[in-house]
Design a protein around this ligand. Structure first.
Ligand SMILES: Cc1ncc(COP(=O)(O)O)c(C=O)c1O
Length: 385
């Protein structure tokens, strides 16, 4: 094709094809069971699907209002009043987005300026650092370490300075499956008190917390919410990752900036799906049952693997289970994950890829949001090693 000699200066020199694409392609090529990418095997509820169809057939197929349709924003505000006694203004403090990813992108774009520092805990979901870099900001990486992956708050205090602008938290956490608890909330409160530090709280796995543990949403804490963008995803909660629908909640002053970017970023997101969710979000059992559904999957997967040579790390939430292969091999985790896919036909994600310096702890991430049969077959293969 013409144009291949064009001079292009890349804005993201470090970024290449993501490991998710690489591992999924390898899984396909090798006919391996794909526990790498984080999407569920299950279909969205049939009632939700027919609501989408209903609103399409009703002719609701043109642009939605920029911030999202009002019935959906009202339903979301109602949901969090019920869950956390949170008072959220549906007109000024909620915007519907094209998935959690766009909400994260737009939050960062709207308030992080050149040379601003953004604290990112690693291993980190892959879009945070590139987005900060795109706006000329500087990611400040702090490592979380196996087996518990707790936030080392003293290290956070040590890096805070006049350029610190934002701290990104993610609970339940991908890829480590750890949760923030009340001591983390206390530390976050102390650190942000009397500062201009903003919080971006990625809560896309809000309804996957296990063993009776509660999700520590920022929405529970008005003193933190007043400086926060809080990000959610319908994809994760309703097994509809391909629909790419989510939302951001933030106080009016932050949401004003968010919408300035959002209107030129996507303007609005698709209309009939918003109407469908406006009805479906009211069905509380749908999201309240999710913790149990995924806890059963986690327990099944762990039970199937109890005699294997892999060692399971604590998994308190999300739909990911980390397994250490330290007793099996001393290979670099990326190479081991490749070998596991090619030789044993199970694809996973090596967690070194979630650290900017590719720190290897001999740990792989497996997604257990799959039907029981798939988990049983995968476990058979892993047990044979
Ligand atoms: C931690 C985390 N944040 C955000 C997202 C993106 O959510 P969405 O698919 O709604 O864009 C994901 C998806 O895997 C995720 O794992």
């Amino acid at each position: 094709m013409q144009g291949s000699n064009l001079k292009i200066t890349t804005k993201l020199p470090e970024v290449s094809t993501t490991i998710f694409t690489v591992m999924s392609a390898l899984a396909n090529e090798q006919n391996a069971i794909n526990l790498s990418q984080g999407f569920p095997h299950f279909q969205p509820d049939l009632k939700l699907q027919s609501l989408v169809k209903k609103y399409m057939e009703m002719g609701l197929n043109q642009y939605a209002p920029m911030a999202g349709i009002i019935p959906l924003r009202k339903a979301i505000a109602e949901k969090y009043r019920d869950l956390y006694v949170a008072e959220i203004d549906f007109e000024k403090e909620i915007t519907i987005t094209a998935g959690g990813t766009q909400a994260i992108f737009t939050s960062i774009l709207s308030v992080v300026n050149k040379d601003d520092e953004v604290i990112i805990f690693e291993p980190a979901y892959d879009c945070y650092a590139p987005t900060v870099e795109l706006v000329g900001g500087k990611p400040i990486f702090i490592k979380l370490r196996a087996p518990d992956f707790r936030i080392p708050w003293d290290e956070v205090r040590a890096v805070l300075g006049s350029k610190s602008r934002m701290i990104i938290i993610n609970s339940p956490h991908n890829p480590t499956a750890s949760l923030l608890d009340s001591t983390d909330i206390d530390a976050l409160t102390e650190i942000t008190n009397n500062s201009d530090l903003l919080i971006l709280s990625d809560e896309v796995y809000e309804h996957t917390c296990f063993d009776g543990r509660e999700h520590e949403s920022i929405l529970r804490y008005p003193h933190l919410l007043k400086r926060s963008f809080v990000v959610f995803s319908f994809g994760k909660t309703y097994h509809s990752t391909g629909w790419k629908l989510g939302y951001c909640i933030a106080p009016e002053a932050l949401m004003k900036e968010f919408r300035k970017v959002h209107q030129f970023n996507v303007f609005s997101v698709n209309t009939p799906f918003q109407y469908a969710f406006a009805d479906f979000v009211k069905e509380k059992e749908q999201y309240k049952s999710l913790n149990n559904i995924y806890q059963q999957k986690r327990d099944l997967f762990l039970n199937l693997l109890k005699d294997s040579k892999f060692s399971a790390l604590p998994c308190h939430g999300t739909y990911f289970q980390l397994l250490s292969f330290e007793k099996i091999s001393q290979m670099y985790d990326v190479d081991f994950a490749r070998e596991l896919t090619i030789e044993h036909k199970v694809a996973s994600i090596p967690i070194s890829v979630f650290y900017h310096d590719k720190m290897d702890q001999k740990i792989l991430r497996f997604c257990f949001a799959k039907d029981d049969d798939t988990l049983i077959k995968a476990a058979e293969k892993l047990n044979s090693i």
